[in-house]
Design a protein around this ligand. Structure first.
Ligand code: PEP
Ligand code: MN
Length: 371
């Protein structure tokens, strides 16, 4: 297996483009016309982007929607590259896309979320890119599967691609939620733990689904020390041919980037470091106290279970549970602790309490004499 945990495994391609700043990839969801591509490119260049993105072949969930302008759009992207000096990026899903993109001097090839799920397709792409010096970005698969994401990255690594990166674009879900794709931040964080030196970007646009939330998500990613962002940007978002709701204007992007505060990697100020370590110690002590409280609660629960068993009383008592929950909610309001969080904690506590009581009942039954 390739050792993707090694620091010198990848070229320092990201820093070579953006230095110590986050790498910014911006541009339309789809190339629509030569004018739209060029104007957007000029706008994102002024806003501070390093790479122009544009979708040429669009993987649409259902047929009948706009499926991309096709190869003609690559010419527009190439013209925009010549006019602005920006690097260019597009999504490729098969070997013929790669061939055409190579002919048009595309610099960055990204693998879409619907392609990452398919190892056959990923292998075809890795073979087609073998021997090139291109940057390859692998978006997470649509389903929350870290191994599948890592596997796709490994296929490119094995094909000798040294300018590699990952893009977190969220995960699809059937449940109702405020995102188009659920962020599940733990998954990209786990990827970063597995491959600590692999550049990791965040595609806030496809997570958000609406332009209003894009920058909040992007800011969160930067606070979590992601190495860069992909932001869908259009000169006239409301008339975009795809993903009209989530695109921002170059001006919006510029305002965001001008105000973006990138957290420091390390804290050098000694006084600050001391205060931080004191606060951390206090948190550790509180956490230890929490465990002691859970232990006491567990003991009381066991005593109650013994009594219920002896008196043949049902483990689950609806009124009691509602009473506990109401008290906790009132208490959280009085103490200004997030009510939703407290509700979640108490639901977990109650589940655990039922589990403990079941175990007590089971032990008693198992130890009953047979006759
Ligand atoms: C895109 O970037 O336009 C796109 C289709 O992304 P994803 O593969 O993340 O859905
Ligand atoms: Mn899109």
């Amino acid at each position: 297996m390739p050792d993707m945990t090694k620091k010198n495994r990848y070229e320092n391609w990201l820093q070579q483009i953006s230095g110590e700043n986050p790498l910014i990839i911006a541009g339309p969801c789809s190339a629509e016309t030569d004018k739209q591509v060029l104007e957007t490119a000029l706008g994102v260049k002024v806003a501070g982007a390093h790479i122009l993105r544009a979708g040429i072949w669009k993987p649409r969930t259902r047929p009948g929607n706009f499926e991309g302008v096709g190869a003609i759009g690559l010419k527009w992207v190439q013209q925009a590259k010549e006019a602005t000096g920006l690097l260019t990026a597009t999504e490729v899903a098969n070997a013929s896309h790669i061939e055409l993109a190579l002919q048009h001097d595309i610099d960055v090839f990204w693998i879409g979320a619907r392609t990452t799920v398919n190892p056959f397709a990923v292998q075809e792409l890795a073979d087609a890119l073998r021997g090139t010096d291109k940057i390859v970005l692998v978006k997470n698969p649509v389903n929350p599967d870290l191994a599948l994401w890592m596997g796709a990255l490994e296929r490119f690594d094995k094909a000798g691609i040294s300018k590699l990166g990952a893009v977190h674009r969220g995960f699809s879900s059937y449940k109702k939620m405020p995102y188009r794709n659920e962020p599940l931040w733990q998954i990209p964080i786990d990827l970063k733990t597995q491959f600590p030196h692999l550049p990791l970007l965040n595609d806030a646009s496809h997570i958000s689904g609406i332009s209003e939330n894009v920058f909040d998500i992007a800011r969160t990613a930067i606070q979590l020390k992601f190495d860069g962002l992909m932001i869908e940007t259009h000169i006239d978002p409301k008339s975009a041919w795809s993903d009209a709701r989530q695109q921002v204007t170059p001006d919006n992007l510029q305002a965001f980037l001008e105000n973006l505060v990138v957290p420091k990697d390390k804290i050098f100020d000694r006084k600050l470091l001391k205060t931080l370590s004191i606060l951390r110690k206090e948190i550790d002590d509180l956490d230890a106290e929490l465990i002691q409280i859970f232990k006491l609660r567990q003991e009381k629960t066991k005593q109650i279970a013994e009594m219920k068993y002896l008196e043949n009383i049902a483990i689950y008592q609806k009124e009691r549970w509602l009473d506990i929950l109401q008290k906790a909610i009132r208490n959280s309001q009085e103490n200004e602790v997030n009510q939703k969080f407290i509700e979640q904690v108490f639901r977990l506590l109650h589940q655990e309490s039922l589990k403990i009581q079941h175990q007590v009942f089971k032990d008693k039954n198992d130890n009953k004499p047979l006759i």
